[in-house]
Design a protein around this ligand. Structure first.
Ligand SMILES: Cc1ncc(COP(=O)(O)O)c(C=O)c1O
Length: 466
């Protein structure tokens, strides 16, 4: 019998998270306070995020212990399976061996629950009673809703308007787990009201929803804001994925030549990639790393490395990242979770250091691959995850042309069972490709021209440490 999947038992759930910051050849630039242009005061960040998450954000400890209460919750669905996509390999007629780590088995349907349970745990431990958050695709909001319930917290979700309209079932799921869900921009916050006054028909964006979630948390006693991507601690919580995958690749008797995943802030991609990237950073392994984004929101492939805000209302500190500018409003593509103007600082930094080979695809190419995958492997990919899948297929076709039997590993970060209306649009010829015009990027980058440059801050910090 052919081997289709590699399964671990509960004892294989990692005991520690891997913090890639410990192995970076150059440290990350710090987040900056826009008022002082100095590294942000961590005490200020704890007004918004749980203190333990802030400590992890700047930690350089290589292995951070996962609390037993968090491992206990992870055990509800972890370890997740690693699959070999043998049928896809056959259809592509490629000598490449294609593996994927399947995170769609979590109750909320994606990898996002891995960090949601950790963040909810820390908030509860610190005496918090309520979390606020944003959601694009609905995957993060669902995860937060479930994790909040597991730890007895109330949960307020600001759901990007377009996803709220496109995905009523995601909203119902969140409400079933006890969360309160509002379309963003909403009349509940000053940030939302200001945006609605200017443009009542806006589709919303992740950065607007983040602004609302943060404002709400800052103004409501017992509340903290929990974020599902972008930040270092969020990506670190996802390294359970890569640590399991390493064991499973060993069971399969293979080691990846190339690791691929869709990328918005980088949590699913980094979660799979970083435990392998360590071999490259520390031991000089030649594995290639490929984050994949939509052409409609190409922060890594077409944005600039700049200090920028993480939200549209400038509530976050200035973060060093590849960005399209915080005023950028992405087109209404179906991968709602990939519609953020900025890439995570860790992925941005690793790209600058030459360790990342990003790719971008439009949604037609992405859905072609998603349907092919569904027809070969059965699982319905989340539109976000299908971006990574598309790159994996292209790499497998490159291997075919070159006659090379490389090992490809990608992250199937979630299932698309709540995204069937997008599949319906594609199946019935109603989907449109979308490529972002250069003028649009120039325009939103111009809006951030007056913000401090990464080179200036790096020079100022180097001067201070002399
Ligand atoms: C299934 C899925 N994969 C990937 C992402 C992208 O986020 P990240 O880059 O943090 O993995 C999202 C975001 O919502 C998602 O829902």
């Amino acid at each position: 019998m052919e081997r289709y999947k590699y399964i671990l038992d509960e004892s294989a759930i990692p005991t520690h998270w891997y913090n890639v910051q410990a192995d970076l050849p150059q440290p990350l630039l710090p987040p900056i306070d826009p008022a002082t242009k100095m590294p942000v005061d961590l005490a200020k960040m704890t007004a918004i995020f749980p203190a333990e998450c802030v400590a992890q954000e700047v930690s350089s400890e290589r292995w951070i212990e996962i609390p037993d209460e968090v491992r206990d919750k992870l055990a509800i669905w972890r370890p997740t399976p690693l699959h070999r996509a043998r049928r896809l390999e056959k259809v592509l007629d490629t000598p490449a061996r294609i593996y994927y780590k399947y995170e769609g088995v979590s109750p909320a349907g994606s990898h996002k629950l891995n960090t949601a349970v950790a963040q909810a745990y820390y908030l509860k431990k610190e005496g918090g009673t309520r979390c606020t958050t944003e959601t694009g695709a609905g995957q993060w909001g669902s995860s937060m809703a479930m994790a909040a319930k597991l730890f007895g917290l109330a949960c307020q979700v600001y759901m990007v308007r377009i996803s709220y309209d496109q995905k009523p079932y995601r909203r119902i799921l969140m409400e079933t787990w006890g969360a309160k869900v509002d379309a963003s921009p909403s009349p509940l916050t000053a940030a939302g009201r200001a945006i609605l006054a200017k443009d009542p028909d806006t589709p919303g964006s992740l950065s607007m929803a983040i602004a609302e979630g943060m404002e709400d948390a800052l103004n409501t006693k017992g509340s903290k804001y929990l974020l599902g991507s972008l930040l270092n601690h969020v990506i670190m919580h996802q390294t359970v994925i890569g640590q399991e995958a390493r064991k499973q690749m060993e069971m399969a008797g293979d080691y990846p030549d190339i690791i691929i995943g869709c990328c918005a802030g980088g949590s699913s991609f980094g979660g799979l990639a970083f435990p392998f990237l360590r071999d490259r950073l520390v031991n000089g392994a030649k594995t290639r790393f490929m984050p994949v984004e939509p052409t409609a929101c190409p922060s890594l492939t077409r944005g600039e490395f700049r200090y920028d805000y993480g939200d549209s209302n400038k509530l976050t500190p200035l973060i060093p990242m590849h960005t399209l500018g915080h005023t950028f409003i992405p087109a209404k593509i179906h991968a709602g979770g990939l519609r953020h103007h900025g890439m995570g600082p860790l992925i941005s930094h690793l790209y600058n250091l030459g360790h990342m080979e990003p790719r971008a695809y439009n949604q037609m190419k992405v859905f072609e691959s998603a349907r092919l995958f569904a027809q070969c492997e059965g699982f319905i990919p989340a539109p976000e995850s299908a971006h990574g899948l598309r790159a994996a297929i292209d790499e497998a076709l490159r291997c075919k042309a070159a006659g090379r039997a490389e090992v490809i590993l990608f992250n199937m970060s979630g299932h698309g069972l709540f995204d069937l209306s997008a599949y319906d649009e594609f199946n019935n010829g109603r989907m449109q490709p979308y490529d972002l015009p250069e003028e649009e990027i120039r325009r939103t980058l111009k809006d951030i021209e007056s913000q401090p440059r990464t080179e200036e801050i790096a020079a100022a910090l180097a001067g201070m440490s002399k």
